[in-house]
Design a protein around this ligand. Structure first.
Ligand SMILES: [Zn+2]
Ligand SMILES: [Zn+2]
Length: 330
């Protein structure tokens, strides 16, 4: 190593070709005779040599403050070997402790989060049991039960509620009703919301996306036992125990809410299939854009178009008419 650098120095003094150039700052031996050099990789030729200080700046820039990041030569890809001075046993120990804490902390934090969620789920399950079967009965039930069964069983209550909430049975019912209305037309007289023809030629992309919303599913699922209890107390006061009353309340709540949802989705579908994009309002005589101050009433926005039963039962407007208008404007 020492021989080689001496050799190079000898060569560089003799031969202009072998002069060392730093690939970072482009300076040569002549520019700074004292700066230490290093050849840290397999590179040959103009990128063989680099100033120690220049390469340190380059490494700093790549590591961005994290001294464990590995840095490679941008030319030949060899990883730079960075040697640290021996700072003694205490420093070695502190370094290891630091690395250990760095690795362990994410797991501890994740454990705390999971533990909190678990105990929240246990608490929620216990409250739900007391809510559904009654406070006294619920307490007695949980005191008699095996603690292990409680620790496993109670947290599954919110999980099953959430999973149940994610079953979109309303969509299935909607599809079923649509299919039966097509096969059995007399059903239209029972279900006015389905009394409309799919307009031909209108975009079939009129599908309303209804993504699963996490917070909505969570709130809906976790409020179900409370709502079931309230509905049960209001409408089934004569039920002979709390459990039956709450189950009846919950079932009727779900059915009524589901039917409203089916109706709402169907009407949304009708609205979407019957929408129209309106001409831009323009006065032909002045050809000025009407401002808010002009007395001319603005055209109704699509939301303001009335969706009346007559509109729903009306035959679909011919698409040729709008096509002709479109061609005339061209
Ligand atoms: Zn340099
Ligand atoms: Zn290299």
């Amino acid at each position: 190593m020492a021989d080689e650098s001496q050799q190079t120095q000898v060569n560089s003094s003799n031969d202009e070709e072998n002069k060392r150039y730093c690939w970072v700052c482009y300076a040569s031996d002549d520019d700074d005779e004292t700066a230490p050099w290093v050849k840290p990789c397999k590179c040959r030729g103009t990128t063989k040599w680099v100033h120690q200080s220049c390469l340190q700046r380059w490494v700093d820039e790549k590591q961005k403050g994290n001294s464990t990041v590995k840095v490679n030569c941008p030319q030949c890809g060899v990883e730079y070997f960075i040697a640290f001075p021996n700072m003694g046993q205490l420093m070695l120990f502190l370094d290891r402790v630091d690395a250990f804490i760095y690795k362990v902390c994410p797991f501890v934090a994740a454990g705390v989060v999971v533990g909190s969620i678990y105990w929240t789920a246990v608490t929620y399950g216990a409250i739900t049991v007391m809510q559904v079967v009654g406070y006294q009965e619920g307490m007695a039930l949980m005191e008699q039960a095996d603690p292990l069964v409680l620790l496993v069983g109670l947290p599954t209550i919110p999980i099953f509620l959430i999973l149940g909430k994610m079953v979109r049975w309303e969509d299935k019912v909607l599809g079923l009703i649509r299919a039966s209305v097509q096969r059995l037309p007399f059903l239209k007289y029972l279900l006015p919301a389905f009394r409309y023809e799919e307009p031909a030629g209108v975009s079939t992309t009129a599908v309303i996306s209804d993504p699963v919303n996490a917070t909505r599913v969570l709130c809906g699922a976790l409020s179900l036992p409370t709502l079931a209890t309230i509905v049960g107390r209001l409408f089934f006061p004569s039920a002979h125990d709390n459990l039956t009353r709450t189950l009846l309340g919950g079932a009727s709540f779900l059915v009524v809410k589901g039917l409203f949802k089916v109706y709402y989705k169907q009407q949304q579908h009708v609205m979407q299939s019957r929408r129209k994009i309106i001409d831009y309002p323009q006065d032909p005589s002045t050809s000025q854009v009407p401002t808010a101050s002009t007395p001319q009433a603005p055209p109704p926005t699509p939301q303001e178009l009335p969706i009346t039963p007559s509109l729903l039962t009306a035959p679909p407007s011919s698409s040729h008419e709008s096509e002709q208008q479109f061609l005339q404007q061209q």
